[in-house]
Design a protein around this ligand. Structure first.
Ligand SMILES: Nc1ncnc2c1ncn2[C@@H]1O[C@H](COP(=O)(O)OP(=O)(O)OP(=O)(O)O)[C@@H](O)[C@H]1O
Length: 481
């Protein structure tokens, strides 16, 4: 593998990388840095496994080009979560220190006025979540992205996905504000599904690089599943954590849950068992989210319980274990979740809890990652011993949470968010109800059509069969004559 300086990077940048512990480029860096350095006419799509150094693969060449002609705003990085935006900003800051790099993080949940002021001071690099940046573009004209040289989409497939947090409308606003002549860099561990959409964004002789590997997860990751009945999941979880705590001196675990409520309940429950845990989910205030992550990163708290808001990109080298409290519905989400451990060549283990209803999801995951998960065995008796205690504790937490009006708060938060987005919550609700009605009607209609088609098909088959029988009878009659 070539050294960093052979990739065309300046000595000061190579030295800066070395100081950060990056002495030799990883494959994604070695492959993507030279084409990015070729300049304006070359876009780049980099697809490499989790923890393989994709961030430096774009930060280093951007800094190199910036150092040759520094001005603001030179580069815009878009990323799906607020925590990830700060993590990327840190890499820019550390690697770009000799340049006196000015960066600006623009994410939701924080003061918009302060952000607008920072943007107006022309930072070299803006790292943003699409929603908040689009809000700034819609509401102010104190900054311009028209001279931008680089547009980076980190976790690009997530940004283009149309899921519960749909970025497409915001991306449209942003793409209108950036110049057509620019270099677009797209990175993720899971680019292939959305490749066509991504290519329409990166049209300048796109250089596409994908790590040559059949298996889509890293070799250093020991991937297990644990078959558990739904009703006793939490007893297994407590048992797993207790075992790690007893057997390891230095340990750190991320537990992924399906919903914010589940995340909150598990955190309350684990704390009642005196485990050092913190929660991270989208219903928390942004300051609480940052504080929780900081406590986990500094190992004050050894357990992070999170929703998929923490599934992508977060780089916390000390994480040795990922527990999936629910089996992810999409293989892609599984890949990103388990990728929070076994990063940059370290070992790690992931344990996915699988109930009787989730077997098909495991098969889909195995098919996608091209690897069979191995069973994780536990001593059932030890789990049975704590079962009652765990179930009673969980029930207590559920009752406590009801008193805290968690669901109501969720509803209020949703309405607040709509107001912030300039929507009328009541109108939106009406619209949603109407849409649901139409959907139901359409579904009924579709079912009816399908039923009619089925009946028609059956009738045709019946007729065919009848004709066949008639022909055969006639033949028999002829033969008998
Ligand atoms: N050349 C290198 N040598 C050693 N370590 C490196 C190198 N490049 C990056 N790293 C380290 O590897 C870790 C993972 O890097 P990074 O977060 O960029 O991964 P990623 O590919 O973006 O992962 P994900 O898909 O999960 O976002 C970081 O701690 C980073 O400092």
């Amino acid at each position: 593998m070539a050294a960093f300086r052979e990739l065309g990077l300046a000595p000061w940048l190579v030295e800066q990388a070395r100081q950060m512990g990056l002495s030799r480029p990883t494959p994604v860096q070695a492959s993507c840095i030279p084409p990015i350095l070729q300049g304006e006419s070359r876009d780049c799509l980099g697809c490499a496994k989790t923890g393989s150094g994709k961030t430096a693969a774009f930060v280093l060449p951007v800094l190199q080009v910036l150092s040759e002609d520094p001005y603001g705003i030179f580069c815009l990085v878009l990323t799906p979560t607020r925590e990830l935006a700060y993590q990327i900003a840190e890499q820019f800051r550390v690697l770009g220190k000799p340049l006196g790099l000015k960066d600006c993080v623009v994410v939701g949940g924080l003061d918009m006025v302060a952000q607008a002021l920072e943007l107006s001071r022309k930072p070299h690099v803006v790292i943003a979540t699409p929603g908040r940046l689009a809000d700034h573009l819609r509401s102010s004209n104190t900054f311009s992205l028209k001279k931008l040289k680089f547009l980076v989409l980190d976790e690009a497939d997530r940004l283009l996905e149309q899921g519960c947090a749909d970025f497409t409308a915001d991306l449209e606003v942003i793409l209108e504000a950036v110049p057509a002549r620019r270099q677009t860099l797209l990175f993720s561990a899971t680019l292939t599904d959305t490749l066509n959409e991504l290519k329409s964004l990166a049209m300048n002789r796109p250089f596409f690089w994908e790590a040559a590997s059949e298996v889509r997860t890293v070799d250093e990751l020991d991937q297990r599943y644990l078959l558990v009945p739904e009703a006793v999941k939490d007893a297994y979880l407590v048992h797993l954590i207790q075992t790690f705590q007893d057997e390891h001196e230095d340990w750190s675990i991320i537990i992924f849950t399906k919903t914010c409520k589940e995340c909150q309940i598990l955190n309350m429950m684990l704390r009642k068992f005196s485990f050092p845990s913190v929660a991270l989910h989208s219903m928390m205030k942004q300051r609480q989210r940052f504080a929780a992550l900081a406590k986990f990163k500094s190992s004050i708290f050894k357990i992070l319980i999170a929703t998929d808001v923490a599934a992508r990109g977060l780089d916390i080298p000390t994480v040795q274990v990922v527990i999936n409290h629910n089996t992810p519905g999409l293989p892609k989400i599984y890949i990103h979740r388990v990728g929070r451990t076994a990063r940059a060549g370290r070992n790690g283990i992931s344990i996915t809890m699988v109930t009787q209803y989730d077997i098909h999801l495991v098969h889909a995951i195995e098919e996608e990652i091209k690897l069979k998960l191995q069973e994780y065995s536990v001593e059932e008796k030890l789990v049975l011993d704590i079962l009652n205690h765990v179930n009673i504790t969980r029930r207590e937490c559920e009752i406590e949470l009801e008193y805290m009006d968690f669901d109501e708060k969720k509803e209020i938060n949703k309405r607040k968010q709509m107001i912030l987005e300039g929507k009328d919550p009541d109108l939106e609700e009406k619209r949603k109800a109407e849409l649901a009605k139409i959907k139901k009607k359409n579904n009924k209609f579709r079912e009816k059509v399908q039923q009619t088609l089925q009946e028609k098909k059956q009738l045709q088959m019946k007729r065919k069969l009848q004709k066949k029988m008639e022909r055969r009878n006639k033949l028999h009659a002829k033969e008998e004559k």
